[in-house]
Design a protein around this ligand. Sequence first.
Ligand code: HAM
Length: 452
Amino acid sequence: MGKDQINAPKGVIEYVPPSSSHFEEVVTLLSILAKQFGYQPIVLPIFEETNLFQRGVGESTDVVQKEMYTFEDRGGRSLTLRPEGTAGVMRSVIENNLDRGQLPVKVFYTGPFFRAERPQKGRYRQFHQFGVEAIGYEDPEIDFEVIALANSAYQKLGLKQFTLQLTSLGDSQSRAAHRAELVKYISKLELDDETLQRAKLNPLRLFDDKRTEIQEMMKNAPILLDYLNQDSINHFEIVKKLLNSSSIEFEINPRMVRGLDYYTKTTFEFVHPLLGAQSGIGGGGRYDGLMSELGGQELSGIGFGLGLDRILLALEAEKISIVDNSQLDIFLVPINQEAKEFSALLAQVLRIHGLKVDIAYGNRSLKGGMKAADKQGAKYSCVIGEDELASRQLSLKNMMNEGVNVPSTISIPNLSQLEKIIASSNAVSQKGSNNLSNEGIELVHQIKKLLS
Ligand code: HAM
């Protein structure tokens, strides 16, 4: 018997074949879309100095108070697995002087994030986000762009049932006016020490306290939207006007404060009704003071993080299947030693020329090989044995549409010609010359024609 099995840590989510290709396809689609909106990729470390998040995300948040994976490295530094992406992007933009170039800086990122939350469906300790940040432009048109990008992302994936909730948390002047009133209101409530402490750091936090008694107490609390100064009102009006003009539906949720401290002005959340308690499939907003808080210039920014794991759950709930680009074109089934070696080289040629090809490995019988081909879900299977090698003719069996199964035959080169094709293909790719051998051109042409 083997040793005790080791399982993944509690609360993480992983994607293994075949569903892993859906995950990857979603990321690919979102990356293409972000590029279409003029965003460039940024690849950042998964751990950062702890004080980046303390200062960036805010001491009053659940994320910083309870959910960070913080550890000391071998040099005694306090590091934290990133719980979110915005603070790291800001740190990198400042450190790499991107904010000294053309503005706005528009970047997108994807990868794992870490929060020690109580795991449940849709809430994980390691989860995945796709995010964008647009930094260095204050006007509301970019707020619209960022929200429209998130909206297009869900649409592009085929989701229909999501809704957009929107509010404004105002600029610093509006927030100060509101804070004064809110603190007065809170001072009359009977709160435990921990909650009072948290309210002292950021009184807005009480709006998203999940406890029903706190929600009840906050029912009549002053709402930020009522304290917006003219500038913040104008900004918000333009965002709403642009969303209306482009038929992006939204509802105003004046009690939304979001779980991170850096938000100002426009803030938003996308919610999916079929996901139960963990219904937030993405959210974001403007963060006017974050860059200066992290030691940079006084530049504002806006962005979002879409929860990839929840997007996949939403796709499942709406019964949407993502087109799977990983389907094999051809599955080769060699049935003797000579055919095994030939298949290895044939697969290499076909792969070099852009076809998706795999082989039935192992010493399989014809039946076993065909079973494997069926399981693989390839478009065509192709048995290679003594007869095929002698006649240099291969029959490709259509695995997708058995009904119209007219076997297609292609002529193949012999082993030494295959070697030549590989050599000339390598030369083509190294020198960029056009020197593919005739046999190579003929083989690739036949197969591409067949698959087109
Ligand atoms: P956030 O709202 O904390 O914002 O997270 C964004 C999204 O990540 C959520 O809407 C949710 O879909 C997903 N998410 C968060 N926590 C979990 C979890 N434990 N398990 C599964 N999914 C989760 C941010 O992180 C901001 N950095 C977004 C942003 C970018 N704001 C401005 N720029």
